[in-house]
Design a protein around this ligand. Structure first.
Ligand SMILES: Cc1cc2nc3c(=O)[nH]c(=O)nc-3n(C[C@H](O)[C@H](O)[C@H](O)COP(=O)(O)O)c2cc1C
Length: 159
C-alpha cells in the first residue's frame, strides 16, 4: 500500500481544512495517509513515504516560516528522497495576493531534492489556492488534485 504524508502549517485553520480534505480523499482511495502539522513531522520519517503533499498559508508571497524550517531540515535526506511524488497547496487572503508563488516555492525545494512535482491543467496550475476558507470550488480542485496524485502515484516506481 502506498504511503503519503500530508503536512501543513495553519494559524487560522484554512490550510488545515484543505489538508484534512486531501487526507480524507487519499484515504478513500486506499492510500495509507499520515496527516501532520509540519512541526509534528519527524524528519527521519521522510524516507518511509512514497510522496508528500505540502500546504502553507501565503505569508508575503511565500510559505510560512514553519514550513520553510521543515524543508530546511529535510536537507538531512538530500539525495535520499529522489523520485518521491510531491504536490503543494495554499490558502491566501486574496486573488493575486501571491498564492501561486507559495506553491511554486514549495515545489522548487522538492525539485532540488530530485522529487517528481505535480502540476495541473484544470485547476491552479501549481496547486490549489484557496481564497480564505475553502469553498465549493476549492473542494472540487482538491478532489481533482487527489485523483491525479493517486493516478500518478500508482503508475510510478520510486527511484
Ligand atoms: C504574516 C501574514 C502574511 C500574509 N501575507 C499575505 C499575502 O502576502 N497575500 C495574501 O493574499 N494574504 C496574506 N496573508 C493572509 C493569509 O494567507 C490568509 O489569511 C490564509 O488564509 C491564512 O491561512 P490559515 O488559516 O491556514 O492560517 C497573510 C497573513 C499573515 C498572518
Amino acid at each position: 500500500m502506498k504511503k503519503v504524508l500530508v503536512t501543513y502549517y495553519s494559524r487560522t485553520g484554512n490550510t488545515e481544512k484543505m489538508a484534512k480534505i486531501i487526507a480524507q480523499g487519499l484515504a478513500d482511495k486506499g492510500i495509507n495517509v499520515d496527516l501532520k502539522r509540519v512541526d509534528e513531522v519527524k524528519i527521519d520519517s521522510l524516507t518511509e513515504y512514497d510522496g508528500y503533499i505540502i500546504g502553507s498559508p501565503n505569508y508575503f508571497g511565500t510559505m510560512a516560516a514553519e514550513v520553510k524550517k521543515f524543508i530546511d531540515e529535510s536537507v538531512k535526506y538530500y539525495r535520499k528522497i529522489e523520485g518521491k511524488l510531491v504536490a503543494a497547496f495554499t490558502s491566501t487572503g486574496m486573488i493575486g495576493g501571491g498564492g501561486e508563488t507559495v506553491c511554486l516555492d514549495i515545489l522548487k525545494a522538492f525539485l532540488i531534492h530530485g522529487c517528481l512535482c505535480l502540476g495541473f491543467t484544470r485547476l491552479g496550475h501549481y496547486g490549489p489556492v484557496s481564497i480564505g476558507k475553502p469553498d465549493e470550488r476549492i473542494e472540487r480542485e482538491l478532489a481533482e488534485m487527489v485523483n491525479k496524485y493517486v493516478e500518478v502515484l500508482n503508475r510510478i516506481n520510486n527511484v
